[in-house]
Design a protein around this ligand. Structure first.
Ligand SMILES: NC(=O)c1ccc[n+]([C@@H]2O[C@H](COP(=O)([O-])OP(=O)(O)OC[C@H]3O[C@@H](n4cnc5c(N)ncnc54)[C@H](OP(=O)(O)O)[C@@H]3O)[C@@H](O)[C@H]2O)c1
Length: 228
């Protein structure tokens, strides 16, 4: 069945692989968003069913800019809030901008993109991509206090949204990812080798986005090979 899918943070890493997977089904129509629209246009030009738009989650007017991008769509079936900003710095070295921009990209703008998408959703699935660092009781890493607290807020938003929309056919769930081999991970932890590739993580997310909303709503799910 034809689905319209919005992927935020699609220029590299897991988001790029998510779009690749959705685009293989030519019945899907995909809207790919990030700051690097040139890279998205270059990489996704092989697909006729992908449209790329520039959206800066760290910029102004995210809700109105997203609303303008979505205005040409009849409806949105799946929204994947995948974009993320990771700052790895000792707590006392974090600047005001480090903290503010982490929260802006990882939670404030996710909420505003979701507000915009809701004008096109009567049913469907919103998948928030959080981190194991934001999952209560998980192993924590020094240097990630701006990143992981903002990802914890994304988990909390999932529960609060789901309460407010519990009588609707819109499901929101949150996946707390463990380490996956991407540019973000390589920049933050040079030399670290993750047990999962971006492509494999994307496979899980795509399957989840397509079907899990039949059974679960408002859940915060760890997606990790390590314990706890
Ligand atoms: N990789 C991991 O080990 C891991 C672990 C746990 C959770 N996660 C989460 O998984 C998601 C994907 O991670 P990844 O490793 O694939 O990251 P990545 O390689 O850094 O890709 C992040 C994506 O987010 C976009 N983005 C960043 N800042 C943005 C902004 N201001 N406005 C719009 N888009 C922005 C980037 O596009 P532009 O730069 O072009 O804007 C890019 O497409 C993130 O939410 C991350 O926190 C990843």
């Amino acid at each position: 069945m034809h689905k319209t899918i919005v992927v935020v943070g699609a220029s590299r890493g897991i988001g790029k692989s998510i779009v690749d997977l959705f685009a293989r089904d030519t019945l899907n129509r995909i809207v790919a968003l990030s700051r690097n629209v040139d890279e998205m246009n270059r990489h996704f030009s092989k697909y006729e069913n992908v449209n790329c738009f520039k959206l800066d989650l760290n910029g102004a007017d995210v809700r109105s800019k997203s609303t303008a991008i979505f205005s040409n769509l009849d409806s949105i079936d799946i929204l994947i809030n995948n974009a993320g900003k990771l700052v790895n710095k000792p707590f006392l070295e974090l600047t005001h901008d480090d903290i503010n921009s982490s929260y802006k990209v990882n939670i404030t703008s996710v909420m505003e993109t979701t507000q915009a998408a809701l004008s096109k959703m009567t049913k469907g699935h919103i998948v928030n991509i959080s981190s194991m660092g934001g999952f209560q009781g998980s192993v924590k890493f020094s240097g990630l206090s701006a990143y992981s607290t903002s990802k914890a807020a994304l988990c909390s938003f999932t529960e609060l949204f789901s309460e407010e929309y519990k009588d609707s056919e819109i499901a929101m769930n949150c996946l707390c990812l463990g380490a996956a081999q991407t540019e973000m991970l390589e920049e933050a932890f040079p030399g670290y080798e993750a047990p999962v590739s971006a492509e494999k993580m994307a496979e899980y997310i795509v399957d989840f986005a397509l079907s899990a909303n039949q059974w679960i709503k408002g859940k915060i799910i760890p997606v990790s090979l390590s314990t706890p």
